[in-house]
Ligand binder design. Structure first.
Ligand SMILES: O=C(O)c1ccccc1N[C@@H]1O[C@H](COP(=O)(O)O)[C@@H](O)[C@H]1O
Length: 244
């Protein structure tokens, strides 16, 4: 069986690594310099980093220079970066890809500019993942503040356009340490043949073991945020827990 990939998260707001609760602006807990956080995950054995420019996602500015610096440092150490937040047009996509990230994760654009997303999927293939950020089965965009349509209709559309991968976040779970939404992940895996990266709610090594059991269904990886920052377990322990 394949090993569940683990993607420690570094979400950047106002120059700091932060964690939010339910993705709500203003709920930040700060964890210091993003580069230090990324280096800590790299030293602990991470192969991936999920790096988010939250200001760009919320439309409150951006952390582009810092994000570029973190991505370049990680790429130098052969650590793969999935880059998210505010990638919504040709210019922001070109800037994101130029950082040396392994792939980008599009959120709002998949809901608001589907023609552009179909075009870049066709052009860039598996450099593009789509983030399906949901409350129930309703997608949310613009910093998770606006409804953006039905999860399964959008998934079918993106599948038909050749989208290579989905990052599925249950907003109700994100930042809460309440455990991942395994039912949602199973339902999404049943609706697509493409790999799924799970996001939201991981709180324990048992949660990671439960996600590992979904690997045969199509769950390829899991983003881990709050649990690592809150020291519920170490990344070394997490990597050991998901080994088949
Ligand atoms: O990760 C978060 O906590 C988060 C909270 C609120 C909004 C977005 C968040 N993260 C990620 O941002 C991108 C979406 O950005 P955009 O809509 O493309 O600008 C997506 O990966 C979200 O999961």
């Amino acid at each position: 069986m394949s090993t569940l990939e683990l993607l420690p998260a570094v979400d950047v707001r106002d120059g700091q690594a932060v964690r939010l609760v339910h993705g709500e602006s203003g709920s930040e807990t700060s964890y210091g310099a993003p580069l230090e956080a990324a280096l800590a995950w790299q030293r602990a054995g991470a192969e991936w980093l999920h790096l988010v420019d939250l200001d760009a996602a919320f439309g409150t500015g951006d952390n582009r220079d810092l994000i570029r610096q973190v991505t370049a440092s990680m790429a130098d150490m052969n650590l793969k970066v999935e880059l998210s937040g505010g990638i919504r047009d040709d210019a922001s996509l070109a800037a994101a890809l130029a950082t040396g990230c392994t792939r980008v994760n599009l959120g709002t654009a998949a809901l608001e500019t589907p023609e552009w997303v179909a075009k870049v999927i066709a052009e860039y293939g598996d450099k593009i993942a789509v983030g399906l950020d949901v409350r129930g089965t309703t997608l949310r965009g613009r910093g998770w503040t606006r409804d953006g349509g039905d999860l399964y209709e959008t998934l079918a559309r993106l599948d038909s356009e050749g989208c290579s991968r989905y990052v599925v976040t249950d907003i109700a779970k994100d930042g809460t340490l309440q455990g991942p939404n395994l039912e949602l992940l199973k339902n999404v895996c049943a609706a697509t043949d493409k790999p799924v990266v799970a996001s939201g709610g991981v709180s324990s090594l048992d949660d990671l073991r439960a996600l590992s059991e979904l690997v045969p269904l199509g769950v390829e990886g899991a983003i881990v945020g709050k649990a690592l920052y809150a020291k519920a377990f170490t990344l070394e322990e997490a990597l050991a827990a998901v080994k088949p």
